[in-house]
Design a protein around this ligand. Structure first.
Ligand SMILES: [Zn+2]
Length: 364
């Protein structure tokens, strides 16, 4: 593998197909700034989607996660030298619209992970699964060895001024019985919309509550707006049930690779070393149909998939950035806290407003 000094901190990291796409021959190993809209559209058109076989196998073990991180030092590079990323999937639901059943979504997604011998972290919002059918949905993930984690019961935004600490804490507690029956229940909490509180009191109060309950933050490092791409695909299919789904697949692949490149570089520049990443995707028809293509594209771009329990062992996931409003990607928050990257950070880190004009331009 070709290695290149991508990082401004001077570390040697692998070259990446995505980076090479935007550089001429004599500058291909230079730092890649965030893409502008034109560059993104170019990538979208070139996003190659295939079915490269996976060679990555996980050595992660569920029990190690519960024991917590063992060392405080930076994570060691793998033998391959590839950047590592785990999948975290939010909001499984028994109702994901008229175009796909949850049974089919489960079948496709679980096959994706089984093929690579990976476990992923599933963040469960009780209101979407709190019925007998939902228990069947979750049981299939539990039997396959995935991590079943708390994503609150009602998906309230903790940054909303009307969502008090007491209300948010009660909603967290209300979700506990939903995930309690499963053997792979894991004490990781993911804040809805990655919003961790708009005041110091709310932010620190809930962080203390998580610790009291033996919980840790199920941080996202690579944030994205995959849910919005699915919204757009479903809207198109509602108008025209024969509309092609592949352009939405290609947009999803390009978008996730673009965000992975951005947050990896931001992590390198903020921390000075690689971290295992956690990618956010949602339990939606688009992901159920095309996550296999996403995973193959990441592999071709130089990434290595790892199990979620292994990723969350890294001590970076114990960090608690002192930002307000709190939240966003962990990498975003650490960069914001450092005060060194104001020109590279937008707020919110990810949202539909950033994808809307690009998808309009593509007629999606
Ligand atoms: Zn969610």
């Amino acid at each position: 593998m070709v290695t290149s000094p991508l990082c401004s901190a001077g570390l040697t990291v692998p070259s990446c197909e995505l980076v090479v796409l935007f550089h001429s021959a004599n500058s291909r190993y230079a730092y890649t700034p965030p893409m502008n809209r034109r560059q993104f559209l170019h990538l979208f058109k070139r996003a190659a989607v295939g079915t490269v076989g996976a060679q990555v196998a996980s050595s992660g073990r569920f029990s190690r996660l519960l024991a917590g991180p063992k060392s405080q030092g930076p994570v060691q590079q793998t033998k391959s030298g590839r950047p590592q990323v785990a999948i975290t999937m939010d909001d499984p639901s028994v109702d994901i619209g008229p175009f796909l059943t949850w049974q089919e979504a489960n079948r496709r997604l679980l096959a994706c992970f089984a093929q690579r011998k990976l476990n992923v972290a599933l963040f469960i919002c009780g209101m979407r699964v709190d019925r007998p059918e939902g228990q069947k949905l979750l049981s299939e993930w539990d039997k396959a060895g995935h991590l079943l984690c708390n994503h609150s019961y009602s998906h309230l935004s903790f940054n909303g001024p009307k969502v008090t600490y007491e209300r948010f804490a009660a909603d967290f507690t209300r979700n506990e019985p939903v995930i309690l029956p499963y053997s792979h229940r894991t004490p990781l909490f993911r804040y809805p919309a990655l919003k961790e509180g708009d005041t110091t009191e709310k932010r620190d109060g809930f962080r203390a509550l998580l610790k009291e309950h033996g919980y840790r933050n199920g941080y996202v490092t690579i944030d994205a707006s995959d849910w919005y791409v699915d919204d757009r695909m479903q809207a198109r299919l509602t108008k025209d049930s024969n509309a092609a789904k592949e352009p939405y697949r290609d947009y999803l692949v390009a978008h996730l690779l673009d965000r992975a490149t951005f947050y990896r570089q931001l992590a390198l520049d903020t921390l000075g070393h690689e971290i295992p990443h956690t990618l956010l995707v949602h339990y939606r028809p688009l992901e159920a149909l095309f996550l296999a293509d996403v995973m193959s594209a990441f592999e071709r771009a130089g990434w290595e998939w790892i199990s979620a329990d292994k990723a969350f062992e890294d001590p970076v996931f114990l960090r608690e950035p002192q930002t307000l409003p709190a939240g966003e990607s962990l990498v975003w928050a650490l960069a914001e806290e450092s005060g060194r990257f104001k020109n590279r950070l937008r707020y919110p880190g990810e949202d539909d407003v950033y994808e809307n004009p690009k998808m309009n331009a593509l007629g999606l």
